[in-house]
Design a protein around this ligand. Sequence first.
Ligand code: NOJ
Ligand code: MG
Length: 684
Amino acid sequence: MTPVDANTRLKEIYGHPVGRDAIDKVLLQLGRSSLWVRNPVVANLRLSTVARLVRPILGEEFAPSLITVLADHNHHHEPDAASGGDPTPSGTPAAQPPWWRRAVFYQVYPRSFADSDGDGVGDLRGVTSRLDHLADLGVDCVWLSPIFDSPNEDMGYDVRDYRAVMSEMGTLADLDDLIAGAHERGMRIILDLVVNHTSAEHAWFRAAVADPDGPYGDYYHLQPGVPGEDGSGPPPNNWASFFGGSAWRWLPEAKRWALHLFAPGQMDLNWENPRVRAEVAEIVRWWRARGIDGFRLDVINYISKRPGLPDGNEAIGALMGFPGIEHYFFGPRLHEYLRELRATGFTRTAQDPRPPSTVRSRGADGTLGVPEPPDPVGVLVGETPGVGVEMSRLLSGARRRELDLVFNFDVLDGPGKVRWDDYRYDLGYLKGFYLDYLARLGPDDAIALFLDNHDNPRMLSKVLGTRDRDPVLRSAAAKALATIQLTLPGTPFLFQGQEIAAINQDFAAAAELKDVESVNRLAELRADGVAHEDALARVRPGARDHARVPMRWEPGPTTGFSTGTPWQVGREDSVGFTVAEQGADPGSVLSFHRDLIRLRRAEPALTDGGFRALLPRSREYFGWVRTAPGDGDDWLVEVNLTDRTIKRPRGLPAATGVLGSHGLARGPRMAPYECVVARVLIAG
Ligand code: NOJ
Ligand code: MG
């Protein structure tokens, strides 16, 4: 498109993928509908006029900031027409979709999954000992949150050594066993690649501090202060850390400022430096040779920062909570870096050795076959906070050869809400979010479906509020969420505990919150004069700790997680919501997940099939049809999105229930959160 300036009309900006996502994001944050921009009068306004209108909310600099960000991406948003995707291994038909399109991923938070040695900390042997649970569930790929050597300022998201396992989790040999054990059971395994930053204890950073003008000084964003600087002056810019305070800290030994978008011990790497990019690619190759099938890439959309690191717009900062984001959340060289990393790190060459093990194939009925040839490209799953639908497509469109899948976080909170708000999430919003998202995807695009992870309170608790303690509602709503996640088009990512309806915890005291983010936020509120109880009440709803309590394997004080004292306490005394109890009950949430995944594997319509929404405007009924790609059956899926009994709409396709939360009969009413998966009957 022609360069954007003050005369550009709003509709043209909205026609630019980055412009559309930026505007939608602002509207979502303000709790407004994006229909507003499509109003013809508004759409025809020039940016200068819009800027004047929004000045009271978004300030003077909003329009110029938007122009700068859009200008970064003027040449990058056209799909690369010359390329037809990744090279395919000889003998494989090009039409075969990559394995991850049909896969069910499962995220393990190793610290809280299973502890094999009784030190209270989950470990790799613990994960290996529970692989059968994952295989029974039907998982295709296990993702492990960080396990590399780390001082754990942010639970492994601060890596000290990318080629070693943190001592409390085990050894490289334990990891080799885990990889082999997963492959043997027909499951792939991916790790967390945290390369926007390293720990301050990483050898590169120590070398940079020792000699900031030496070869490692340029691995990070180090900035000299003004002459005579001792760190008491203002930092180089106004960017904020996601964990509180400035994103800069003064290094007295080096007489430099250092950038950290996260905790003070998480130092941002300088991706402008080609040596940094080559190091990262080498790390990936090293792990691929060991048998790892790919990576989830931590905050990977933050790696390209605008040169010069200019101040962030204060109004955008206030709106989004963090000044500076517009300069790095979709930076100028992001696409270039990702293409390079895919090609040089993730793509196998003919010279690469065959890894010690590869995944065994698994048939539609679950039967295991022989080990498959190594994947030509390791899977790249991008963690991409802040990107909208169009940016997601730019990052993961198949022909673009960047990432394979990305997480779009806009699903996690309702309009105008943020994670810290105490509110009941409306599933009507979730329905609208997915319908809009799916309608905008082309055949080249992919979508990751996730509702929970280690950075968020449990979706089940956001939906149910305090009623999450009611076992009937808890089970019903958990099955409804599973049905949505496992039968919409896309690649589902389950997080540990979802399969047994894990909920939030009643953390009673500040000391029960262990996460650096919770701890810092509490301290900031207290420093602002907020009373202790109030401060706790303002941290608890959004605390990441909810998702990090030990997995509940069996009843009892340590829930079968450990024989020692768990590093983190869960505060739940519910009966029936452990793996042991649920596994024995065919009507349980766990059994429902298993049945659903088995059905998914057997019925191509549920993975590869088309999608048609029924009654798209209803906020209480979510129904859709998955149409078979070949001559298989079509499927109807229905979910009551509310905690009320609703009328089942009329005029639906005739279908017979095969799996349901409240039986298989499809009567005139649907119970609270009732869900049914039904085979469509062919007329005649
Ligand atoms: C995203 C991770 O999921 C989160 O846990 C971490 O704190 C930040 N990235 C920083 O690495
Ligand atoms: Mg242990």
